[in-house]
Design a protein around this ligand. Structure first.
Ligand code: UDP
Length: 484
């Protein structure tokens, strides 16, 4: 066997949304640092942010990461040109078209695999057909679903046993069957198509994804064993899946520049932002961000602003720009009158994209109001900050349970209902109260201490011979054994 033959080549194929592309780019960096050749498969528009993220890495290994660009079939499915990312899917009518476009990527993806003959495919769960492509060329397909063991186990037990059929209202709690520890949930926190028992393109999309999950070679998790050991064991033993936990992936970013260049281009100069944080006392700033997709009504934004003002803490608040609309409306439409003047020096609003990981790890940041997307949640854990949980959709309500009841490093703002895009309506008093609970007092101190312990465990996990480091070793060994 020549040396060349023994270099593993892996195709990484992330779902077209920042919450999936960001950890995959981190995964590319991590795998390439272990001598693996990586090809990230994506579409023209998405390749721009991916390419910028890779370029921001000074690591020697970045040259081992290649991009393979597939044309996105917008015209074929009736989507506007450039609508290549979930971020651009702004109306419910666009969702089935977006799903059709994803499915049309199968043929070009298969052709690319045939041509380049990688040894393994790590594809997002939303490309269930990647199993078939891998089978055709006789290579393993690993799944990436961008979430954690806890949420996967919880949602699967709920899906299989349907405990929500035995409650008399949408708000009556039920126990999640089979899940280690007693965790209750409500019907209201389930996706619409589950709680209303509707069969539609979304339920079908999810079914296919879960079916492929159960038949693929194994799963790569952006998590670490010590964070959710019982649930990692449950996933492997009860569901009988092969899984490798190799996270937290965000920790592969070492330099300021690469931390600042995750996902989109920042809407603020990172050095200015860090300078502002440097001027604040440690643990005095609350960071508020709801990820790359969640979108709030103007009324809800006003309540958040008032809650932030009322709690009197320093803050950085990221307000997403909605794609398709030029701006998030005029400031006066979503900010209380005179708000910015009153909070001058105390609060910073970032309109657009924030260098989240850089902000979170700054010692001045003492709390994180998050929508509980898994990446953000794990980034909060890595930063060792207590969280205010404000789940919106996806599996975020399960992640909230992990944070507030299992890890006990956060408190819920009180959201009760899963919604597809617009956030549930929370009053300013609830926002103020939850922020105060994580920022000051004995309870906050206890949560902060626990959070810091998990942050240390995260670092230990990725260090040589740590649990994630060793699991990655085991994965590479197995892939080499299968390939050569
Ligand atoms: N993110 C960021 N800046 C922002 C918003 C989000 O860097 O202004 C990053 C964040 O650090 C995380 C990802 O985008 O890595 C969002 O993923 P998550 O799973 O938290 O939520 P989603 O966007 O998928 O809902």
């Amino acid at each position: 066997m020549s040396t060349h033959d023994s270099v593993l080549h892996i195709f990484l194929f992330p779902f077209l949304a920042q919450g999936h592309m960001i950890p995959i780019v981190d995964m590319a960096k991590l795998l390439s640092s272990r001598g693996i050749k990586i090809t990230i498969v994506t579409t023209p528009l998405n390749s721009i942010s991916i390419s910028n993220s890779i370029k921001s890495s000074k690591s020697l290994y970045a040259s081992n990461i290649h991009l393979l660009i597939l044309k996105f079939p917008s015209a074929e499915v009736g989507l506007p040109d450039g609508c290549e990312n979930l971020d651009f899917v702004i109306s419910p009518a666009m969702i089935p078209k977006f799903i059709s476009a994803l499915n049309l990527l199968q043929t070009p993806f298969e052709e690319a695999v045939m041509e380049h003959r990688p040894h393994c495919i790590i594809a997002d769960m939303f490309f269930p057909w990647a199993n078939d492509v891998a089978a055709k060329v006789g290579i393993p397909r690993l799944n990436f679903h961008g979430s954690c063991f806890f949420s996967f186990c919880a949602s699967e037990f709920v899906r299989i046993h349907q405990p929500y059929n035995h409650v008399s209202s949408e708000t009556e709690p039920f126990l999640i069957p089979c899940l280690p520890r007693d965790i209750t949930f409500t019907k209201m926190k389930l996706p619409e198509f589950v709680r209303e028992n509707v069969k539609n393109y979304l339920s079908e999309f999810m079914e296919k994804a879960l079916e492929a999950e159960s038949t693929c070679y194994g799963v790569v998790m952006n998590s670490f064993y010590e964070l959710e050991a019982e649930y990692a064991d449950c996933y492997r033993n009860v569901f009988g899946r092969k899984a490798w936990h190799i996270g937290p992936l965000s920790l592969c970013n070492k330099e300021t520049e690469e931390k600042a260049w995750r996902g989109n281009e920042s809407s603020i100069n990172e050095h200015e932002c860090l300078k502002w944080l440097d001027s604040k006392k440690s643990n005095s700033v609350v960071y508020v961000c709801f990820g790359s997709i969640a979108n709030f009504s103007f009324d809800q934004l006003k309540e958040i602003a008032s809650g932030l003002e009322a709690c009197g803490k320093n803050f950085i608040w990221v307000v997403r720009k909605v794609k398709g609309e030029e701006e998030k409306g005029e400031d006066e439409e979503w900010l209380p009158k005179g708000f910015e003047k009153r909070v001058e020096g105390k609060g910073m609003i970032i309109r657009g994209w924030a260098p989240q990981v850089l902000i979170l790890e700054h010692p001045a940041v003492g709390g994180f109001v998050t929508h509980c997307g898994w990446n953000s949640t794990l980034e909060g854990v890595v930063a060792g900050v207590p969280m205010v949980t404000w789940p919106v959709s996806g599996e975020q309500f399960y992640n909230e349970k992990l944070v507030t009841e299992v890890l006990r490093i956060g408190v819920g703002v009180g959201v009760q209902k899963w919604v597809r895009i617009v956030g549930d309506f929370m009053k300013r008093e609830a926002v103020e109260k939850a922020i105060n609970r994580v920022m000051e007092g004995e309870e906050a101190e206890e949560m902060r201490n626990r959070a810091k312990e998990f942050a240390q465990m995260a670092r230990n996990a990725i260090a040589e011979n740590g649990s994630s480091y060793s699991d990655l070793d085991a994965l590479i060994k197995e892939l080499k054994w299968l390939s050569f």
